[in-house]
Design a protein around this ligand. Structure first.
Ligand code: PEP
Length: 262
């Protein structure tokens, strides 16, 4: 996979003025390089505003969640149809914030993945173990279950619009723990293996797997150069245009070295 991905998850941050400034700075800092797919995922209320600013730039718009119905009596929820209408191409699903703080189950996340893909959105399914699970040597078991249940019943025809983000919960945000590139590579291999068992070796080889968890301009290159790490999902540092663009730059450098090596 020569293409690299850099995805910014703004989570529940920014007000309108900040979202405007941040997206404008990212748009202005993007070159014409197309070896990196760059996605920003602002909060729902600013999708429209950010989408307008990104128009004509090489940055795609993504959402942080959706509700798995087209429309109806689901007060406070946002449908895939609405996301498409706002220009979203990507949606993050099953983020650990939603799994662990809002109690989302693998079954519910599976409904979202299916509906997102059926609607034509690119779904980024987040998976990852907690610190307790890692310490108890359950990482593989947890990843297997999240993939097995989260991807249940997917039509093989939609798989090209699916990517997986490995985000060890213990390495996200200001937890104080950092995963090593080696740990990321190992988990990505587990994910690819399980995916191959579910959907066949060819699909597993082309599956895009991102790493997320305290990635910054200093360590981005070390993750991106690992075999099987196709992209980076960034929380904290996606709120700073300079830092975010520095990670995009690391992605471009890696993508170029892959082309040169081929
Ligand atoms: C995230 O929450 O998806 C994430 C990767 O956060 P951070 O980069 O801040 O660890």
């Amino acid at each position: 996979m020569d293409q690299k991905f850099v995805i910014g998850n703004w989570k529940m941050n920014t007000i309108a003025a900040e979202a405007r400034l941040l997206s404008q700075a990212i748009a202005d800092g993007m070159g014409i390089e197309d070896s990196v797919t760059v996605v920003v995922c602002p909060p729902f209320p600013y999708l429209s505003l950010v989408g307008e600013i990104l128009k004509g730039h090489r940055v795609a718009l993504g959402a942080q969640n959706l509700y798995p119905e087209k429309k109806g009596p689901f007060t406070g929820e946002v449908s895939p149809t609405m996301l498409l209408d706002l220009g979203c191409q990507y949606v993050i699903l099953g983020h650990s914030d939603r799994r662990h703080k809002l109690g989302e189950s693998d079954t519910f996340i599976n409904q979202k993945v299916r509906v997102a893909l059926a609607a034509g959105l690119n779904a980024i399914l987040c998976v990852g173990e907690t610190l307790e699970q890692r310490k108890a040597d359950q990482t593989k078991k947890v990843l297997d279950q999240q993939l097995f249940q989260g991807l249940d019943g997917l039509s093989p025809a939609t798989l090209t619009h699916l990517s997986i983000a490995y985000e060890p919960v213990w390495a996200i945000g200001s937890s104080g723990h950092h995963a090593t590139p080696q740990q990321a590579q190992e988990a990505h291999a587990v994910i690819r293996h399980r995916f191959g068992q579910m959907f066949g070796e060819r699909s597993a080889q082309t599956l895009v797997i991102h790493y997320g968890g305290s990635v910054n301009p200093e360590n981005a290159d070390a993750f991106l150069r690992r075999p099987g790490v196709d992209g980076i999902l960034i929380g904290g540092d996606s709120l700073n245009a300079e830092q975010f663009l520095a990670i995009v730059k690391a992605g471009i450098a890696q993508a170029q070295s892959l082309v040169e090596a081929a």
